[in-house]
Design a protein around this ligand. Structure first.
Ligand code: PLP
Length: 455
């Protein structure tokens, strides 16, 4: 077995519970605040947007939460996902490091996003909801919810960030094939969208703007709820199935990661791979170094402030304590559309504050270089978002070579890039620029952070 490349678990080894890191944290997360009163909210404040089961998961403190059987039933189609040892990449890098990657691109939508989309659709259907609204950056999340909506007979309306909408017409076609509707954001159909269009008619859009549109529509219709693809505690919780499977697969391989790497947009795939390992470390198990990789053009963890902020640009959502670039910050239109979010999951932010994770920011071309090297050795063409994790893992492997140390690296290959070919065409033609954000616009967005007495 010494040359094994893929570590596969049988279907009956799909975890029965999600892992809730809140149970193991040295201190509880900060409360979520009401956007009007700036006081801590109660479950009823969130009821217009989410079904009660998801609200309860948001504040849950027990270590494990059972995965409903109908959700596990659907997971069986692609879970447990494979864990690979990147032997050809290791040889190409001439590194003594062992590199493992968990591949989430095997899901029907092509990424980790269905892990939570299926769960969210299940709980909404159970609560009698007829329609879901959501935002999407890369199109991966919109596709995932469209897929889940089709399985549970829910209507799905997706507000897709305009720059991605234009870059990736086939993502819209995929969502529509599953029966969802996909609208470019900012749109003229919501108050939040119209306000942006008046100020900035050519706005490329942002996740913060698309969230405002989706929240506004859900809040105005009793039969409609809102579904978020990242950031919130319950979304991160659903993704922990990734890391739990990886723990079992690495045990099969007789290894344990010294270093864990993931890309971060809102933090969900990173949390998914890392939280079960961080939890083990907090419960006095082995400790891994954990590295979050983000785009240099939207650097919430490495450049943002740890402060209370709105989750959206239109200030319709509650406030959460997180690393933020300011809710008015509109990042440049680089190709990793799923990483163009002004904030970071509160749980990931808290872990950084507690010194339990590190973060790095990488330019877009250095990530595409890493993605191409990965494709030419391992064969899989990663999503532009996932390229940030590939870049981080390669950097760690090269450090092992320089230091002559044989560490074990695990990273999350959270999606494939088959709908992102225009980005690869542009990169290969030398047309991809390294966008830098506008410093003055960032300073202005940070200066506009809400003033919260609790801080
Ligand atoms: C493939 C892929 N990876 C990563 C992300 C970023 O989200 P998160 O940080 O929640 O995993 C996205 C978001 O759309 C995505 O599509």
């Amino acid at each position: 077995m010494s040359d094994t490349v893929k570590f596969l678990l049988p279907e009956d080894k799909i975890p029965k519970d999600w892992y809730n890191i809140a149970a193991d944290l040295p201190r509880p997360p900060d409360p979520v605040l009401h956007p009007g009163t700036l006081k801590p909210i109660g479950p009823q404040d969130l009821e217009p947007l989410f079904p009660m089961t998801l609200i309860q998961q948001e504040v849950a403190t027990e270590r494990t939460i059972e995965i409903p059987e109908p959700v596990r039933e659907i997971y069986r189609q692609w879970r447990p996902s494979p864990l690979y040892r990147a032997r050809r990449l290791e040889r190409a890098l001439d590194t003594p490091a062992k590199i493992y990657y968990k591949y989430e691109g095997v899901s029907p939508a092509g990424s980790h996003k269905p892990n939570t989309a299926v769960a969210q659709a299940f709980y909404n259907k159970q609560a009698g909801v007829r329609r879901l609204t959501t935002e999407t950056g890369a199109g991966q999340w919109g596709s995932a919810l469209a897929f889940a909506g089709a399985l549970f007979g829910l209507e799905v309306r997706v507000y897709m960030v305009r720059v991605s909408f234009e870059q990736k017409p086939y993502r819209k076609a995929l969502m529509e094939s599953w029966g969802a509707q996909c609208v470019a954001s900012p749109s003229s159909e919501t108050q939040a969208g119209r306000q942006i269009l008046v100020r900035s008619p050519n706005s490329p859009g942002s996740l913060g703007i698309a969230i405002s549109e989706a929240v506004e529509v859900a809040a105005q219709h009793a039969d409609t709820k809102y579904s978020l693809g990242s950031v919130l505690n319950h979304v991160l919780l659903h993704q922990t199935i990734i890391g739990q499977e990886a723990l079992a697969q690495l045990e099969m391989a007789g290894d344990y990661p010294d270093v864990i790497v993931g890309c971060t947009g809102g933090g969900s795939n990173f949390a998914g791979i890392a939280f079960p390992f961080i939890g083990a470390g907090l419960r006095r198990g082995p400790k891994s170094r954990v590295i979050a990789c983000e785009p240099a053009a939207c650097p919430s963890l490495t450049r943002g402030k740890y402060a209370y902020d709105f989750g959206d640009t239109g200030h319709l959502t509650p406030l959460v304590k997180m690393h933020t670039l300011g809710s008015n910050f509109v990042p440049p239109g680089f190709h990793a559309g799923g990483l163009r979010y002004h904030g970071m999951a509160p749980l990931v932010s808290l872990l950084q504050e507690l010194g339990l994770i590190e973060s790095r920011a990488y330019s877009q071309t250095s990530c595409f270089e890493a993605g191409i090297q990965f494709a030419r050795t391992e064969g899989i063409l990663p999503a532009p978002e996932a390229n940030h994790a590939v870049r981080g893992a390669i950097e760690e492997a090269l450090r092992c070579r320089a230091e002559g140390s044989a560490r074990t690296i695990l990273f999350n290959l959270c999606g494939h890039g088959h709908f992102d070919m225009q980005a690869y065409i542009d990169f290969q033609a030398g047309r991809l620029a390294d966008h830098s954000y506008d410093e003055a616009a960032l300073d202005a967005a940070l200066a506009d952070l809400p003033r919260v007495a609790a801080e």
